[in-house]
Design a protein around this ligand. Sequence first.
Ligand code: FES
Ligand SMILES: [Fe+2]
Length: 377
Amino acid sequence: MIGFMDDQAVAERVLEHIAAGTTDRGEEVWREPVANYRCAERLDREVRILRRVPTPFCPSAALPEAGSYLARAAAGTPLLAVRGRDGRVRAFRNACRHRGTPLASGPGCAQSLVCPYHGWTYRLDGRLHHVPHEDGFPGLDKARHSLVPVVAEERLGLVWVTQDAPALHAAPWDGMPELIASEQQLMDSSDAEVDVNWKIYVEGFLEGYHIRSTHRDTFYPYGFDNLTVLERCGPNSRITFPFRRIAKLAEVPAEQRRVDGLLTYVYHLFPNVFVTVLSRHTNLVVLEPLVVDRTRLLLYRLTNRGGGEDAAQLARRDAAFVDRTGAGEDLAIVQAIQRSIGSGANEVFTFGHFESLIVHFHRTLRAALARDEAVSG
Ligand code: FES
Ligand SMILES: [Fe+2]
């Protein structure tokens, strides 16, 4: 099957699981060497993968108009994404062609990109336009000093960048539904650093086997223990966490079932990005590996589709609840794993049938590493 099930099919699957006391499961047990979370050389190779697959940089909504820009490091490279006068988003290595000063930091909006050091000025499409006291640079060919581009594309409501060729996944959005619609407003963004290997953080999103133990008093009273729908699409995946209140859909004719507010969809965009569609808001979460035991989390919060007038207010309340409760519990667990990872207790971590999307992640990453080695020689 290409792509994910529609909402009705997901609801049907969930109702079947509720009735039967079952859940989606995989067929393979995966053993991942613990050394792969601790080895700096392995992390370097993983970061190379991050530069070689198209990865989401920000929501399209973060660049709403001509001149909107956003600068941040992606896989260790300072990048700058800009929406041009033609409406197209372009991305560049964020370094002036004179002596390398970054042209911008964070989000903003500008008519042109002016280097803060000596004022070299670039158009929104990256062309070098003006050099103060240009007579000091005899023979300077401005056409050869444009900002250095990386591949940027808008897909599924996200801006994707690919830093290095050859790209290891040509079109990871193939078969995927639109994730963020144009009506969804960007409410805010934030970032934080956590003392956790990026893959341990990834794994925390991808199974519902921990719900009762970890979230006993927060999510579990509204959700199920170990009842999830697990789907894959190319390198990506989606896990569905239903709320108990979804059981009332059993009374509704299948084609009239609406799942809004009755489940959470978590999309994993390989390797390091998640889109979580919660009851009242949608998060884009980017995990940027820094070193083997430290990761930067970038969070962009948006209203949901069809949110109406008070969408942002309701979304803020919902987000505050999720942050205050369940997300903190997840963070405490993954940080604790990181602290014990050098204990020598485990040579491998074992992922079972309820953790099949983690297996998919590790298998896809392993394949990408092998392909990267083949193309890099
Ligand atoms: S480094 Fe940018 S103008 Fe000199
Ligand atoms: Fe959790």
